[in-house]
Design a protein around this ligand. Structure first.
Ligand SMILES: Nc1nc2c(ncn2[C@@H]2O[C@H](COP(=O)(O)OP(=O)(O)O)[C@@H](O)[C@H]2O)c(=O)[nH]1
Ligand SMILES: [Mg+2]
Length: 465
């Protein structure tokens, strides 16, 4: 464990970094970003303005925040650009930053990058955001939210990312931490001044306070189950015998023709994955090969993967079509995964009334991939998983495994503290437990972090962010 500023010195030194912050390709404009103490100087070396008489000249670019001019290498004009200057600490990274907007053509971009790289080095993935974190421009939950925001594709995952970026989780953790700190201070006072005539610590009051805190941590942890899914998507798997219409339902749900629909059983050999949005929730929908005894190797492989999918699924849609089926896997799905099971009877358009009625009585949702009957109800059934309301999102939700593990650890240590009180152990022991509980929470916002965790977080970013 090291503090943030130590890490900064170790991992960066004083290097100025540069990267293309927009995608490589052809479009109207591209943005190249530099950050570090040499950012202004580096750009100024190649930046020229042209007087009305045509003559080129260089200026002190720090005289204004924005300039229009030319990037020139040894008298060769490379492009017309706009540069925007952000003076430390009033920038994204907290360092001197330049954003250079040029024409977006891979050739031009490479030419400009090559020039700038004479005095700088290429940024690592997420390094701009990492520097922002190290320079205290944002805590770790906000840095992570930047990544989530870049990946959000639905209304709700976007909402979760934005509210985390706005500090909802940070504020939540901070308030829990300050409460914890208050209790620790009370204990420390008691330990340090045991000889003196202080009013005695009310153990019952402390216990009640810690229990309240324990309850709050428990509540926060329950948001993690959904927060995680909100961000990564709800995994929904379509299973059932060949030919019952899984691929047809898959397509109807996606409103495309992604999966191959075929009259020959077992057409879908492996599984297909597609993302869709239902009520603004991100859903990862999987269409699988039939769950029957495999005939050949390809199908066998598909079935093994299907079983893995079932174990990892949040929702399983088990499809039948009214025929008597000999399905060895039906029992497994119904028995082992009943809590996440949605039973569907498909092909309602060609089934008789009695059949429909008897399935309905057994709790099947009646659907038709052909007429679209029941498809809306099926979608609603899928998102019944979610209970988080928008207000909860704004008051802070755990959205990744790192958060969840750290809060769990904090809660465990708090439990130990409560046990220490119950066992009548000395204040030193309780104080120690509370310190560990605090430290776990501090990890969430990044006040204490290990190198490994940081690298892992920022590795997932793209270069230039
Ligand atoms: N009448 C009717 N036929 C359907 C329906 N859904 C699928 N089918 C047909 O059933 C056959 C098998 O469908 P498919 O989606 O490939 O089944 P899968 O093997 O479970 O993926 C195809 O001929 C589809 O056109 C439905 O709701 N009604
Ligand atoms: Mg299929």
């Amino acid at each position: 464990m090291t503090t943030s500023s130590d890490l900064l010195k170790e991992s960066f030194g004083d290097e100025t970094i540069v990267a293309l912050s927009t995608p490589m390709g052809k479009s109207a404009l591209a943005v190249i970003r530099l950050s570090g103490s040499d950012a202004f100087k580096t750009v100024a070396t190649y930046f020229f303005k042209r007087r009305s008489d045509g003559e080129l000249y260089q200026t002190n670019i720090e005289n204004a925040n924005r300039h229009f001019g030319l990037i020139i290498d040894d008298k060769r004009v490379i492009d017309e650009v706009v540069i925007s200057l952000y003076k430390a600490p009033h920038s994204y990274t907290g360092e001197d930053v330049v954003e250079l907007t040029c024409h977006c053509n891979p050739f031009i971009i490479k030419e400009i990058l090559n020039l700038l790289l004479r005095n700088t080095r290429l940024a690592k993935p997420g390094e701009f955001t990492q520097r922002a974190f190290f320079n205290n421009k944002m805590d770790l939950t906000k840095a992570e939210a930047v990544g989530d925001l870049l990946n959000a594709t639905t209304l709700r995952s976007h909402k979760a990312a934005i509210s985390q970026l706005e500090g909802s989780l940070y504020n939540k953790i901070s308030s829990l931490l300050s409460e914890l700190t208050r209790y620790r201070a009370e204990l420390e006072l008691e330990i340090d001044f045991v000889e003196q005539d202080l009013p005695e610590l009310d153990l019952n009051e402390l216990k009640a306070g810690l229990k309240r805190l324990y309850h709050n941590l428990t509540e926060l942890l329950t948001t993690g189950q959904e927060g995680l899914v909100l961000r990564e998507g709800l995994a929904v798997v379509l299973v059932g015998e060949p030919n019952v219409g899984k691929s047809s339902l898959f397509n109807v749900l996606l409103e495309t023709n992604r999966a191959i629909v075929h009259q020959t059983p077992g057409t879908t050999r492996d599984y297909l994955e597609e993302s869709l949005s239902i009520d603004g929730y991100l859903i990862k929908l999987y269409d699988t090969a039939g769950l029957r005894e495999a005939q050949d190797e390809v199908e066998l492989d598909g079935i093994a993967r299907t079983e893995l999918l079932l174990n990892n699924a949040h929702r399983i849609i088990y499809v039948e079509d009214g025929r008597e089926l000999v399905d060895n896997y039906k029992d497994i799905v119904f028995e082992e995964h009943s809590s996440k099971l949605i039973k569907v009877l498909n092909k309602s358009d060609i089934l008789d009334k009695e059949t429909l009625e008897s399935y309905r009585k057994q709790g099947y949702l009646i659907c038709s991939a052909v007429t679209g009957e029941g498809v809306e109800a099926l979608k609603q059934k899928v998102v019944e998983f979610f209970h988080i309301d928008p207000e909860t999102l704004d008051s802070g939700v755990l959205t990744n495994v790192r958060h969840i593990n750290a809060v769990q650890r904090s809660k465990d240590k708090l439990e130990t503290a409560l046990q220490s009180i119950a066992m009548g152990l000395g204040y030193e022991f309780i104080a120690f437990d509370l310190k560990e509980s605090s430290e776990a929470l501090e990890e969430v916002v990044g006040r204490i972090t290990s190198d490994d965790i940081l690298n892992q977080i920022f590795e997932d970013f793209c270069i230039g962010k």
